[in-house]
Design a protein around this ligand. Structure first.
Ligand SMILES: [Mg+2]
Length: 228
């Protein structure tokens, strides 16, 4: 029987890619750089590569936030203030939200039946703004943001610190749902809890990170939970 459900936020409940694309376009315009589709896509790739380095402990969060803009401006051959870009971008990103398909229905279906928690590696100010703007805080017993927790998914320490804040926690009765193999699924494996990969675009998996379960649509998740 599952009692504790840990949900990733970005690209599991909220559509981060859409929000990110809007925020980066506004930021580039603010800096007098035309936000072409290619530039927006490249920013997204750079951002992802930098967050992976954070997951691997090779960069700090503050370095990630600045480096993604420094790298982009270098590639574009533009001289701009990366610190200003970081601050404008985060401010923009923290306002507004887009739900992933079926996310609101999922929260309604799980609420009251399971104890729900958010586990997210995003920036505290940005994530709190997006959670508030989406009006979803009321569904969760606790919201664990890595910046406040002091470690990041997929580290075991991140999850141990979360578990320590849940009275009577039992890892056999827990599951994590997320779209990232490297942070959510590897995190579940490291923490010794069941894990479910949300894979809406049906990407190929990885040989080295095998999820316990996989869904391509959020409405499959409550059905899976009833089975466990
Ligand atoms: Mg995610």
């Amino acid at each position: 029987m599952i009692k504790y459900v840990f949900l990733d936020l970005d690209d599991t409940l909220l559509d981060f890619h859409k929000a990110e694309a809007e925020a980066i376009k506004k930021t580039l315009r603010q800096l007098d750089i035309e936000p072409t589709n290619a530039t927006v896509k490249r920013y997204s790739e750079i951002n992802l590569s930098q967050w992976k380095l954070l997951e691997q402990g090779k960069l700090t969060r503050e370095e990630v936030k600045l480096r993604r803009f420094e790298i982009l401006f270098d590639e574009l051959g533009q001289v701009r203030d990366a610190e200003y870009a970081r601050s404008f971008y985060e401010e923009t990103l923290s306002h507004g939200h887009y739900f992933m398909p079926g996310a609101e229905a999922l929260l309604e279906a799980l609420f009251g039946k399971y104890d729900l928690y958010i586990v997210s590696n995003g920036t505290t100010a940005v994530q709190n703004g997006r959670i508030e703007s989406a009006g979803i805080a009321r569904y969760f017993r606790k919201i664990f943001l890595s910046e406040a927790v002091g470690d990041v998914k997929p580290s075991q320490l991140f999850f141990e610190r979360c578990f320590a804040e849940i009275p009577g926690f039992d890892r056999d009765a827990a599951i994590i749902l997320g779209d990232s193999l490297t942070s959510d699924i590897q995190g579940g494996i490291n923490a010794g809890v069941k894990n479910c990969w949300y894979n809406p675009s049906r990407c190929a998996g990885r040989e080295d990170i095998k999820p316990d379960f996989e869904i391509s649509s959020l409405d499959e998740f409550p059905i899976l939970l009833r089975r466990l």
